[in-house]
Design a protein around this ligand. Sequence first.
Ligand SMILES: Nc1ncnc2c1ncn2[C@@H]1O[C@H](COP(=O)(O)OP(=O)(O)OP(=O)(O)O)[C@@H](O)[C@H]1O
Ligand SMILES: [Mg+2]
Length: 298
Amino acid sequence: MDEPNKALRLQGLTKFYGSQRGIEDLTLDVRPGEVFGFLGPNGAGKTTTIRMILGLIHPTRGRGEVLGLDIVKDSVRLRAQVGYLPGDLALYDRMQGKDLLEFVGRMRGGVPATAYEQLAERMQLDLDRRIKDLSRGNRQKVGVVAAFMHSPRLLVLDEPTSGLDPVVQQEFQRLVRETVDAGATVFLSSHVLAEVEEMADRVGIVVSGRLAVVDTVDTLRERAARKIELDFPAAPPDLTGAPGVQRVDVRGATATCWLTGPAGSLLKLAVDHGVVDIHTHEPDLEDAFLGYVTGEDS
Ligand SMILES: Nc1ncnc2c1ncn2[C@@H]1O[C@H](COP(=O)(O)OP(=O)(O)OP(=O)(O)O)[C@@H](O)[C@H]1O
Ligand SMILES: [Mg+2]
């Protein structure tokens, strides 16, 4: 089969649950070999999108292709080629981890035990325990192993690190990087902005069922307002009118300003009012995210 030039191609993808909007008019391409971060606040439509990508629910309108396969017509074939970690992981409780993974592996046409054993070791997961006796984070690890163990060409991960401790999260990030270096594509939703910033090449931010922006992490960071804290001897002057200032928070004698563009005018105004100290913070993805999410209309 020819390698499609898009790992994922969504066109006007829309899902309504009755009158409740899940996601609306989502058009998005993901390139092979890319890590794409899908961000948005609770209820924005991330899981809805992911379920449509897997063909688990069908769009109200629009269409999508995954690895060249139609998400409605070819959903069975498509699921065989994708590693999927659902956000609401439900597992067969009575089984031991290793039996469950062997079972899932057999459904995928056979996965050698060494594949899931090695992954379990990396994730510090004990495969001899019954699923129902595992903590939430350890169950999540079973899901991670199940998603990666057959070396799929595309991984679709819905909040993969939820419940994982920081050490395991780091290991998970290394795993994603290695998987992508080996040629796979990763589409992941997350609330952990620092992690997306670390892993993703590009990011899409969904707000209230609509895609607000798609860009590289670097560009989003550059465009985000940077934060400048100004300490005054007493109540700060009104800084809201200074060029480039997007927002000002005042607490006691400190004014925190969010600024885009050059800082000259703001700093001059601050100096004229006797500013005693200045702290600047480089913007990160969180600043970009908050910039899109605040001002949301619902
Ligand atoms: N089965 C369903 N029936 C009715 N409404 C639903 C259903 N599933 C999701 N929704 C609604 O669709 C919208 C999008 O939900 P979705 O689960 O896709 O959001 P999300 O971005 O994954 O949120 P979270 O970050 O909380 O996981 C929400 O308003 C939600 O209430
Ligand atoms: Mg969700």
